[in-house]
Design a protein around this ligand. Structure first.
Ligand code: ADP
Length: 440
């Protein structure tokens, strides 16, 4: 038994025994005992009232001295209070340090609730995202970051790839990453990539400028070589083959320069600038004529299929992309093979496909084909007039038309390159004319 308990018990017993003795002395032992117990209850109630007052005042120090077991109880309560106070201080300190660290970061950080409401933001969020920590807490983030790309990114729920956005002021560019945590809450992180964008732009301009500058000297060289070819002594085989080789190489350089210029134009001009409805039947017909001309004496069988609504886009860009696919099919299909050009569109999507029965491509190369200058067989590509930029141009054009390139191929069996366009890129079917006779 606890010593304090023992003391209190002794006091209680002594009071009871004293009351009993006094009662028997006066001839009423039970009455004496009752009086003693009453006294004891009054004593207990007095201490309980002091304890209650102390608790109700928020357990201030100094702690009251009630004696006996009461002091033990009060000390235990006080100790628990001190422990939880210390724990709270430690947590508050940790939280303050975390907040200070998050505020010192150069990146913007925003905590969103399950309903995408701003709960907390660090100071850089103001510069990078235009969000003010205090003013905007409690607002929906999509009401403040108004770029539709951000709204779509947030709603899509797939945050594996980051998103590049324009910052609140020009020329700020930010890369945004969303990290879900807890019970569907989100952390939005934004980093300043203005300098990277600037470097990327400088690279693009440099390539475009160099390509442009090379054009004139190449045209001059080409002109002189043509003249030399005409003048060369028909019997001087060596001179003639040297001139032929030079002309071939100059022509290759010209094609490279043209492709580089096309690519940089695609990268620098805004998309959707010249969108129009494209007559797909006519486009595929002209592509089949190109295929026939390129095939020449190799006599490929060219097939064409067209079905469904037309495509909406930039006709020059799409013609150049589709021509690249046709050129590749002719280039990589042995004489007599079949090349099929098809357009199939329905309410869901439109698919332009070029299928060949050519050499095919090993699976490991397929993900790399749209990279600049990637070739499965460099010598063969160069010999057949390829620049290694054709599929990079195709990918760029498709990106500008919200489309994607799907490549199916099997070595020795042939390949299918399919450009898949979303329904938003299809010409809506024209509503039936009110005057047209309706089918019965
Ligand atoms: P290139 O100018 O070399 O054709 P591309 O970017 O157009 O460059 O194509 C990249 C590579 O993809 C080519 O070098 C070739 O190896 C491969 N390729 C493209 N189309 C086909 C095809 N229809 N059949 C087989 N291989 C192909």
């Amino acid at each position: 038994m606890h010593p304090e308990w023992r003391r209190d018990l002794w006091v209680a017993l002594s009071v009871a025994a004293g009351g009993g003795l006094a009662g028997s002395f006066f001839g009423h032992p039970v009455g004496g005992l009752a009086a003693a117990l009453g006294l004891l209850v009054i004593l207990l109630l007095t201490k309980l009232a002091r304890l209650h007052r102390w608790l109700a005042r928020g357990r201030p120090t100094p702690i009251p001295e009630l004696g006996g077991l009461w002091d033990e109880v009060i000390r235990e309560v006080h100790k628990g209070d001190r422990d939880s106070e210390r724990h709270k201080e430690r947590l508050t300190g940790l939280f303050d340090r975390l907040q200070a660290a998050a505020s010192a970061m150069p990146d913007a950080m925003v905590v969103l609730t399950q309903r995408d409401i701003i709960e907390w933001a660090n100071p850089p969020a103001e510069r990078l995202l235009g969000l003010h920590a205090e003013r905007d807490a409690g607002a929906r983030i999509v009401h403040l970051i108004r770029d539709p790309a951000f709204g779509a990114y947030l709603a899509a729920g797939d945050y594996h790839e980051p998103l590049i956005l324009k910052g609140p002021v020009d020329p700020l560019a930010v890369i945004v990453q969303i990290i879900p945590f807890g019970a569907r809450e989100k952390l939005v992180i934004a980093r300043d990539i203005t300098h990277l964008k600037r470097l990327e732009e400088m690279r693009r301009h440099f390539v475009a400028d160099v390509s442009h500058e090379l054009r004139t000297p190449l045209t001059v060289l080409q002109g002189f070589l043509e003249t030399f070819a005409d003048l060369a002594d028909a019997k001087d085989e060596e001179t003639r083959s040297a001139i032929a080789l030079m002309r071939e190489q100059v022509e290759r350089m010209r094609r490279l320069v043209d492709d580089l210029l096309s690519l940089s134009r695609l990268e620098t001009t805004p998309a959707r600038a010249h969108d129009e409805a494209i007559d797909m039947a006519a486009l595929l017909k002209s592509l089949s004529s190109i295929a026939i001309a390129l095939s020449a004496e190799r006599r490929h069988l060219i097939e064409v299929e067209v079905e469904g609504p037309d495509l909406v886009g930039n006709v020059e860009e799409l013609r150049s992309a589709f021509t690249n696919l046709v050129q590749n099919a002719v280039r990589h299909t042995p004489a007599g093979g079949t090349i099929r050009l098809s357009w199939h569109a329905d309410a869901a999507e439109g698919r332009f496909a070029v299928t060949d029965t050519g050499e095919g491509i090993a699976e490991r190369h397929i993900p790399l084909l749209t990279e600049r200058f990637y070739r499965v067989d460099s010598d063969r590509s160069r010999a057949s007039g390829g620049t290694g930029l054709g599929l990079a141009i195709v990918a760029q054009v498709l990106m500008r038309h919200d489309a994607r390139l799907v490549i199916d191929s099997a070595l020795g069996l042939g390949s299918t390159f399919t450009c898949v366009f979303p329904s938003s890129r299809l010409r809506p079917a024209s509503p039936p004319s009110p005057l047209a006779p309706s089918a019965v």
